[in-house]
Design a protein around this ligand. Structure first.
Ligand SMILES: Nc1ncnc2c1ncn2[C@@H]1O[C@H](COP(=O)(O)OP(=O)(O)OP(=O)(O)O)[C@@H](O)[C@H]1O
Length: 584
């Protein structure tokens, strides 16, 4: 041990030998001064001497001079600060490697406090990001699953501007890399895919990888946004870029001199943005032709800020990942790289099945049934539908003696009926007994749950009638994150496709609705273009007055409703008949 100590090059010599490099690369002087002062190596006068020195380089020279006068222990502690607060002294980490730095036992017991605003902010961002992305929020609000326990890769196809294939991305951590960039001037990594194919989860995975430093990037800031947030501001509302970043993500503490924002402006390439759901922007405007904001100091409408960021007029050089549903057109000139999400491949589905079902018996049962039905395979390649099928299977299997996935020609309507059955079973059936499971009876379940089901179906057409108790069933989820109004009573359907399903259901159920009104519905489809899962303000109400908001501001929503209406002849028939019997 003593021999190892003797073999060490004295830290004071290291400081002398590498003085020039330290003078050019050592930043965040305040953090060094704070720690040297707290540990008693510097007195107040020393600190003031350094602070009164004019340039940063001279300040470093002064620190080195003073530290070397204080002796070997002080020199060792200075290097230890650089080692411990690695984010702030990122430029010196290669140097530590080069000198093969390894802190001695004596110095490791000494405390180092990170007072560098930039690296403290990075730490806070990573911490908050890790907390916010570690769990997949269950749509049913009843449980959360760890991302690492359920995340499965999906097929990520790289495309060029003509949508020709450039191969496949092997793993998410390479998303920000230069591979398959078809337009180096563009700044957007554009991810597109159908509803439920896993765009948001992919971003969540990306954010989580960054928070644990597993993403291949040297970005030290990461800001995530949902595009729909940009539509929630009033038209006249103006905010600054600083507020957009900090108030809507994470606020820098103890940064009186605005160092964090200044750093972001100086080094935009150190920033990654994710903007999820470009299709959810409600404005009926040509977004790419909005007046652009070019000064980061100007206040502007948040939508203008978004567009300026995406076009590279603000924070040019920052990396931006944008997701949207298939069919949304974005000018190629702003796109750097394009990724189309294609859902689970057979291998992915196998992995997902193994992750989803903890019990071998369930895994085998599901695999057999999947293998027997190519139709079901097809639907399960979309992660959302797969999750619904597996969730329903798991739930119904624990409640009943035997349960099989729907057989042969399964449709989306079947899947959503299954999901409805699961939700309704939450209130209709007592907790399953360990000894005796009940026999599954779908018709009884729908009969017992008819009132809330009809209420939710009407709600899908924006007619209120859902009770507070109904909320626990799982059809809706609170819009807490995006709720900027402060109201606690804003909900949305757990997915836009469920709302479409229920809307179709309500139309079919409505005996008073003439066939012509349903047909009119189909023609609407060609006239509308935007998409959303509509927020439902104060949906708990006995009023049957439709809300002022138009029920279908979305073309895709209409298309899904139409799809369910087309299928309804066959699949709704069953429930429809039940309903009529019940009403008699
Ligand atoms: N890679 C994945 N691994 C495991 N589960 C996934 C994955 N992708 C999606 N899912 C499941 O599918 C659900 C829907 O995914 P997600 O919300 O990401 O779809 P989306 O493409 O963003 O849909 P939308 O366009 O409707 O917003 C998730 O809540 C999750 O349960």
């Amino acid at each position: 041990m003593d021999q190892i100590k003797e073999a060490r090059v004295p830290c004071s010599s290291l400081l002398t030998y590498h003085r020039e490099l330290l003078v050019t690369r050592l930043r965040s002087i305040q953090c060094i001064l704070d720690n040297l002062f707290t540990c008693g190596f510097f007195c107040q006068e020393d600190v003031e001497i350094v602070q009164q020195t004019a340039t940063k380089a001279d300040q470093v020279r002064k620190i080195l001079e003073l530290v070397q006068c204080k002796g070997e222990e002080a020199c060792e502690y200075l290097i230890f600060i650089i080692y411990k607060v690695c984010d702030a002294y990122i430029d010196l980490q290669p140097w530590l490697k080069e000198i093969n730095y390894n802190p001695s036992e004596d110095v490791t017991v000494m405390k180092v406090v990170n007072t560098d605003p930039i690296s403290r902010y990075c730490e806070k961002l990573r911490h908050d990001m890790s907390r916010d992305t570690s769990f997949i929020m269950s749509y049913g609000q009843q449980e959360e699953t760890r991302l690492e326990d359920l995340y499965t890769d999906t097929v990520m196809e790289l495309l060029n501007d003509c949508n020709e294939s450039l191969g496949f991305l092997e793993s998410v951590d390479q998303l920000l890399g230069d591979h398959a960039v078809f337009n180096p001037q563009g700044e957007i990594i554009y991810i597109m895919g159908d509803a439920g194919v896993g765009k948001s989860i992919l971003l969540q995975k990306l954010q989580n990888l960054w928070s644990t430093k597993e993403l291949q990037t040297d970005a030290i800031f990461f800001f995530k946004f949902r595009c729909r947030m940009f539509s929630t501001f009033k038209d006249a509302e103006q905010i600054s870029l600083r507020d957009l970043l900090f108030k809507h993500n994470c606020y820098p503490d103890h940064d009186p001199d605005n160092e964090v924002f200044d750093y972001i402006l100086r080094f935009p390439e150190k920033v990654v943005f994710t903007f999820d759901g470009y299709d959810e922007i409600q404005e009926d405007v040509d977004l790419m032709n909005l007046p652009e904001v070019v000064s980061p100091e100007d206040k502007a409408n948040p939508l203008q800020l978004l567009i300026s960021l995406l076009c590279g007029k603000l924070l040019k050089g920052s990396q931006k990942v944008l997701t949207a549903r298939t069919g949304i057109e974005i000018q190629s000139k702003v796109i750097r790289k394009k990724v189309a999400l294609r859902g689970f491949s057979p291998d992915h589905l196998k992995t997902y099945t193994d992750l989803h079902f903890k019990e071998q018996e369930h895994r085998e049962l599901v695999s057999i049934q999947l293998d027997a039905s190519p139709h079901l395979w097809g639907l399960c390649s979309t992660p959302l539908f797969c999750w619904i099928v597996f969730k329903s299977f798991g739930h119904l299997h624990t409640m009943h003696d035997s349960f099989h996935l729907p057989e042969t020609c399964i449709t989306l309507t079947d899947i959503f009926l299954l999901l409805s059955e699961v939700f309704l079973s939450r209130s209709a059936t007592p907790a399953p007994s360990l000894l005796k499971k009940s026999t599954r009876c779908t018709s009884e379940m729908f009969k017992a749950g008819l009132r809330p089901l009809v209420a939710f179906a009407k709600l899908a057409l924006q007619v209120r009638g859902v009770t507070e108790e109904d909320l626990t069933l799982g059809f809706l989820r609170p819009l807490s994150e995006e709720d900027t109004s402060g109201s606690s009573a804003t909900f949305e359907f757990l997915h836009m496709t469920l709302q479409s399903f229920l809307a179709a259901f309500a139309l079919v159920l409505d005996e008073q609705a003439a066939a012509s009104s349903i047909l009119k519905f189909f023609t609407e489809c060609s006239r509308r273009r935007k998409v959303s899962c509509l927020p439902l303000d104060s949906c708990i109400s006995s009023s049957s007055k439709p809300s002022e908001k138009k029920p279908f501001a979305s073309n895709e929503h209409l298309q899904f409703t139409n799809l369910f209406l087309c299928e309804c002849g066959r699949a709704f028939k069953h429930v429809f008949r039940l309903t009529l019997n019940h009403n008699k």
